[in-house]
Design a protein around this ligand. Structure first.
Ligand SMILES: CC(C)(COP(=O)(O)OP(=O)(O)OC[C@H]1O[C@@H](n2cnc3c(N)ncnc32)[C@H](O)[C@@H]1OP(=O)(O)O)[C@@H](O)C(=O)NCCC(=O)NCCS
Length: 242
């Protein structure tokens, strides 16, 4: 069971990070992978109610990886944190399967609800559903839901629910376009379609620039040939002479 999970996690990193070359490289050099392993241990201790040790192990993990995942956070299968530095996942966060976070993402809380014993009781961090991708630097704040296969743009601030399969960007985040449902199951590194290609307008301008520079080269060639053969500019015809 543990080895199956491990194999699955390694495969997810390889699949989602174009820079990953081997399972050994991931095991040795990927803080997101280390943070996930450490979280599995600290979360297990948290569920056994060994709270202090769980927190301490999570803290050691933070020192080593620069990724802070509270041991109370529930994380699904095949979770990938790419790069990782500065990621914070709060205590009552729930993360589904196949979720990807980039560096400096915050799954943070707002307005903690405190009960009469001064204990924070209710959910105050986000729920991120299966297959969602959250771009670097994004802050997802409060007990909101990021829907299945949704994408959150880099550096966005999200404080409201994001529907499934849409892209939300900016501060405050707004939906920019519905995603093609047929692509829901395909992961695209960085959340960006690889086949989208350059802007057609840019392509047209680049084509025109190429043609202009070819023509300029040709004109220069002709001018040089003209100078070599000693031909002067043809005399201007005097319209009065005729
Ligand atoms: C949000 C994202 C997934 C959208 O990718 P996409 O589907 O290719 O979308 P587009 O680039 O066509 O952008 C659509 C619109 O959103 C805007 N947009 C895209 N990302 C944005 C962002 N992070 N913040 C603000 N606006 C953004 C674009 O300017 C465009 O606006 P327009 O329609 O007014 O021109 C992508 O831009 C992104 O931020 N990915 C995360 C990448 C990341 O974190 N990389 C770290 C790797 S180390």
């Amino acid at each position: 069971m543990i080895f199956n999970d491990l194999r699955e996690d390694l495969a997810s990193f390889r699949q989602r990070d174009p820079a990953a070359r081997s399972a050994l490289e991931i095991m040795l050099c990927y803080p997101g992978f280390h943070a996930l392993m450490i979280h599995r241990l600290s979360h297990w201790l948290w569920k056994k109610r060994i709270f202090l040790l769980a927190r301490f192990i999570a803290y050691l993990g933070r020192i080593v990886t620069a990724i802070e995942i509270h041991p109370g956070a529930e994380i699904g299968r095949r979770f990938v944190i790419d790069h990782g530095t500065g990621v914070v996942v709060g205590e009552t966060s729930i993360v589904g399967d196949d979720v990807t976070l980039y560096h400096s993402v915050t799954l943070g809380g707002t307005s903690p609800a405190v009960d009469s014993h001064n204990q924070v009781g209710q959910k105050r961090h986000p729920t991120v559903k299966d297959g969602a991708i959250i771009g670097s630097g994004a802050a997802v704040l409060g007990p909101i839901t990021i829907g299945e296969n949704a994408r959150v743009g880099a550096n966005s601030v999200v404080t409201k629910d994001v529907s499934a399969s849409v892209t939300a960007v900016g501060i405050p985040a707004r939906v920019v376009m519905p995603r093609d449902k047929s692509k829901d199951r395909e992961f695209q590194p960085y959340g960006t379609p690889a086949d989208s290609g350059p802007d057609p307008m840019v392509q047209t301008i680049e084509g025109l620039r190429g043609q202009v520079s070819t023509l300029m080269e040709r004109v220069e060639e002709l001018e040089a040939q003209q100078q070599e053969t000693g031909q002067a500019d043809p005399p201007k015809r005097d319209s009065k002479a005729s």
